[in-house]
Design a protein around this ligand. Structure first.
Ligand code: HEC
Length: 113
């Protein structure tokens, strides 16, 4: 009820589509197959390995399929800032479309493809 009320107020005042600045969810059912090497790894490499590379002191090394897949839940949780500290630390949230790729990779079995 509270949600409905705020939703209608929101719609009365301004277009709610503006709320969501990050990308839209393009593939909610994960029908596109995600590749570790061409989708997931470049995301981690660009946004995370600067701090989570070999020999870092964060407690999380994210440099290959083995350590990325064993920390997959924490990675997505931190990208969403849900259940884990928000990552990239001190940075801007990754677009939903990017986080969704990592999520779909998990749904599809964390393949090393
Ligand atoms: C600027 C440096 C930096 C960047 C960039 C960064 N991290 Fe971190 N990350 C840290 C530090 C430092 C910690 C440890 C924080 C602590 O223990 O207080 C950490 C902790 C974490 C944790 C554990 C969080 C928890 O609540 O236990 C995860 C998971 C993580 N990072 C994933 C990522 C991912 C995924 C990315 C890329 C999207 C990323 N990090 C980018 C510095 C960084």
């Amino acid at each position: 009820m509270k949600l409905l009320a705020s939703l209608s107020i929101c719609m009365l005042l301004f277009s709610c589509t503006k709320d969501k600045v990050a990308g839209t969810i393009v593939d909610p059912n994960c029908t596109d197959s995600i590749s570790f090497s061409t989708d997931v790894w470049p995301i981690i490499e660009q946004n995370c390995t600067g701090c989570h590379g070999v020999g870092n002191t964060t407690g999380y090394t994210l440099t290959n399929h083995t350590n990325i897949s064993s920390n997959a839940a924490a990675i997505v949780g931190s990208m969403k800032g849900s259940g884990f500290q928000f990552m990239p630390q001190g940075g801007v949230a990754l677009p939903d479309t990017v986080i969704q790729k990592v999520q779909c990779w998990i749904v599809q079995g964390k393949l090393n493809n």
